[in-house]
Design a protein around this ligand. Structure first.
Ligand code: DAH
Length: 448
């Protein structure tokens, strides 16, 4: 019997209903249509809302923006880091190609069955509560976790996969919760031979090999149909992999601990916590998958483990991002700090100013026979020296060579922004002119 009165999800990241004022502000035709609960399309499928429909226009807007696909978003950086690590760790025995299939485009509306209600007793239908879940209609909701795709993907025959994407929950309001957040789900299924090595007695039926005939009961260590050997072997594989993933993210020195947990779709279940920046952080939930779930997907001769990682809370501590809403920022002062970075790089976010940016371009011809590359660092240095703290970003935006006239030209965009006050165009212009002046007298560039 599943325990009642407990949430079926961990606190990997919960979320809050969106402020109604911003919802009201969203008044495009599309939003009005949604409010009228008309048929709508999402991820290439059509849905018909009914009385349970509770997607706010603001949530509709979040669905339209795929921040995980935006390469300068820190969540994208973290995602690539985890995926790279999984590929590095698990390869197919023969051709050494990656073992795990990456599933990033599953439809985000799922059936309530997929969302795991199938495994719950009626009293435990936590994910069914309209106060927690974004409903499209009686049968469909926005996925509340990536675990919702386990069943379908196993049914398609996948044995090792990651499901990556945005998930949606209605929850309380604070700095660490948002109606949409992102998860990576991992699933690995093993046949008996893959898990325990080949048995000498080839006549044994693989399906029976996980079954304990003498003790077919559910105990804290295992499910009814599992043998203790199989569960222990799977648990070791799972924990070793997740601990090494954790080392990869937080460094080998970070202390880790396993905590017993409860999830309706795994047994036994654990959470992995890491001591980082002076506090214990819950990094992921995992466990041995419920055999009932495998069976319902047509998998009869395998045992599996699964884990789920919430990306926001990890990205917040790794990159020092203080507020979950920043992941949705379009401010280039934020995004430029992550753009072009390698997944393994140590990136620490520097608080951007709340004051507006002032943007100026600078264009010039290079002195004859100067190479583009030679010029660039001198320009960056000059801008930083003169602009100091007021320069937030500098970007080379254009470069061309007129072969006939043997002239090379460059354009740089400078984003000025102060932490103390809103800069006026006039005061920025004074600094900008000094930069131009310095470039032309020191390096002989000709301003265009
Ligand atoms: N789906 C869970 C959540 O959102 C996380 C999770 C826990 C996923 C255990 C798993 C798992 O695959 O085995 O909180």
């Amino acid at each position: 019997m599943l325990q009642t009165g407990r949430r079926c999800f961990s606190v990997l990241a919960r979320c809050q209903p969106i402020a109604t004022s911003s919802a009201r502000a969203y008044s495009t035709e599309k939003a009005q249509k949604m409010e009228k609960r008309e048929i709508f399309e999402l991820d290439g499928r059509q849905y018909t809302p009914d009385a349970l429909y509770n997607l706010s226009p603001a949530v509709r807007r979040l669905l339209d923006r795929r921040i995980l696909q935006e390469t300068s978003n820190p969540l994208n950086l973290l995602k690539r880091r985890v995926v790279d690590y999984v590929h590095q760790t698990y390869r197919k025995p023969g051709n050494r190609s990656p073992l795990f299939t990456i599933c990033e485009s599953e439809p985000r509306v799922v059936t309530t069955y997929q969302n795991f209600d199938s495994l719950l007793t009626p009293e435990d239908h936590v994910s069914r509560r309209p106060s927690d879940t974004y409903y499209v209609n009686r049968e469909h909701c926005l996925r509340a976790h990536t675990s919702a795709h386990q069943h379908t993907l196993m049914k398609q025959g996948l044995d090792a996969f990651l499901v990556i994407g945005d998930v949606y929950r209605r929850d309380e309001v604070d700095r660490t919760h948002y109606p949409c957040f992102h998860q990576i789900e991992g699933v690995r299924l093993y046949t008996r031979d893959e898990l325990l090595g080949k048995k000498s007695d080839a006549s044994e039926n693989a399906a029976e090999l996980f079954t304990v005939t003498r003790d077919a009961s559910r105990i804290p260590e295992k499910q009814e149909t599992h043998s203790l050997d199989a569960v222990k072997a799977a648990e070791i594989q799972l924990k070793q992999f997740l601990e090494s993933l954790c080392d990869e993210l937080f460094g080998r020195d970070a202390e880790k601990r396993w905590v017993d947990a409860y999830f309706p779709f795994t047994h036994p279940s654990w959470e992995l916590e890491v001591f980082y920046n002076g506090q214990w952080l819950e990094v992921l939930g995992c466990g041995i998958m419920e055999q009932k779930l495998l069976e319902s997907a047509g998998v009869t001769d395998k045992i599996g483990w699964a884990f789920g990682i919430g990306l926001e809370r990890i990205a917040m501590v790794l990159y020092g991002i203080p507020d979950i809403r920043l992941f949705w920022s379009k401010d280039t002062g934020f995004l430029s700090q992550f753009a072009g970075k390698q997944p393994g790089e140590d990136v620490k976010y520097k608080q951007i100013s709340a004051h507006p940016q002032v943007i100026f371009d600078i264009s010039f011809f290079l002195p004859d026979s100067t190479e583009f590359n030679d010029m660039t660092s001198d320009v960056y240095d000059t801008i930083r020296t003169i602009g100091g703290e007021l320069v937030e970003q500098v970007k080379l935006t254009d470069e061309f060579e007129n072969k006939k006239k043997a002239k090379k030209s460059q354009t740089y965009r400078i984003v000025y922004r102060s932490h103390e006050k809103a800069l006026t165009k006039e005061e920025v212009n004074v600094i900008h002119k000094q930069i131009e002046q310095s470039l032309s007298t020191t390096y002989g560039v000709v301003l265009r």
